[in-house]
Design a protein around this ligand. Structure first.
Ligand code: R5P
Length: 316
């Protein structure tokens, strides 16, 4: 039994398809709302049904246009709060600005923290998210946050493929924990690439590789694919070190700029991503496969509503 009234799910313009799929899992209709921009570029939100004392979930991964979608989210929270929602949970499967999580250069902002403050100030009571760029971003929020992981879902895509000599490859030292989790689930060894990023431009180079990959099948894993530079650089060094086939999986398909072309032209046989972010038709390429996290998010929402453990979904 929930202490809050029924579940109501609303979507901004970031990923309505995911919100609809979540509602399908929950067997409820998507809540009615209008979220649009006036001709003067200001965003307008109106929740078109009663949410008084309801358990409200606002689905809005921070996809491009990032700042517009963030603004929509803040205004949606404010609208729900002023409509007397019983509790407001923001469902942000992809948390943008996650890489701006520390002062790693003089006089820079910690934008991931700033956004957390905006979300809380707007009136959110809880956060439901997935595979944050860095776990410590959880602590940027002073409200409860549930972080789901899609590593088991990605692992399940490879379990039946009977890939001999598979080795899971982390794209950099920071990604080693994620790669370790995947390797553990698949029962394979792992390797780590040493990555160099140059300046603030999206220029990356894989400079070294630790681990045995020769004549093996490599599975590159990353949290997100942005420009595609990281995974393509990884595929190049893996080829240099003698792998015979390359696969790749990542949670968040940001796919900015020329990423799709870069991936299509790469020697990566198949790239599996999730639908935490929408992949528009013009970014779909033959070697890209999208698996859905909607059931996982739906289950987490249902558990949050009922006061059940979310960790139990992952055996905790
Ligand atoms: C970096 O620390 C991340 O884990 C990803 O490797 C990075 O965001 C990927 O970006 P891009 O595709 O632009 O190289």
């Amino acid at each position: 039994m929930s202490i809050f009234d029924e579940i109501k799910v609303f979507s901004g313009n970031s990923h309505p398809e995911l919100a609809r799929d979540i509602c399908q899992y929950l067997k409820i209709p998507l809540g009615k709302s209008e979220v649009f921009k006036f001709s003067n570029d200001e965003t307008f939100v109106r929740i078109q049904e009663n949410v008084r004392e309801k358990d409200v979930f606002l689905v809005q991964p921070i996809s491009a246009p990032v700042n517009d979608n963030l603004m929509e989210l803040f205004i949606m929270i404010d609208a729900a709060r002023r409509a007397s929602a019983g509790r407001i949970t923001v469902v942000i499967p992809y948390y943008a600005y996650g890489r701006t999580d520390k002062k790693d250069q003089p006089r820079v902002a910690i934008t991931a923290r700033l956004i957390a403050d905006f979300i809380t100030t707007a009136g959110a009571d809880r956060v439901l998210t997935m595979n944050l760029h860095a776990g410590q971003i959880q602590g940027f929020f002073n409200i409860p946050l549930d972080e789901l992981t899609s590593i088991p879902l990605l692992a399940s895509q490879y379990k039946d493929k009977n890939m001999d000599d598979l080795v899971v490859v982390a794209t950099d030292v920071g990604a080693a924990k994620r790669a370790h989790d995947l390797a553990d689930l698949l029962g394979t060894p792992m390797a780590i690439i040493e990555k160099q990023r140059y300046g603030n431009e999206d220029v990356v180079e894989a400079v070294n590789l630790i681990g045995d990959v020769k004549d093996k099948c490599a599975l590159i894993v990353d949290d997100e694919i942005g420009t595609g530079g990281t995974v393509v650089a990884a595929s190049k060094i893996l080829t240099k070190f003698g792998v015979n086939k390359i696969y790749c999986c990542a949670v968040h398909p940001v796919l900015s700029g020329n990423a799709s072309n870069l991936l299509a032209e790469s020697n990566i046989s198949e790239i599996i991503v999730t639908d935490t972010l929408p992949v528009p038709a013009n970014k779909m390429i033959p070697n890209l496969k999208v698996v859905s996290v909607s059931d996982m998010l739906g289950e987490a929402i249902s558990r949050i509503h009922a006061g059940l453990s979310v960790g139990a979904m992952f055996g905790h």
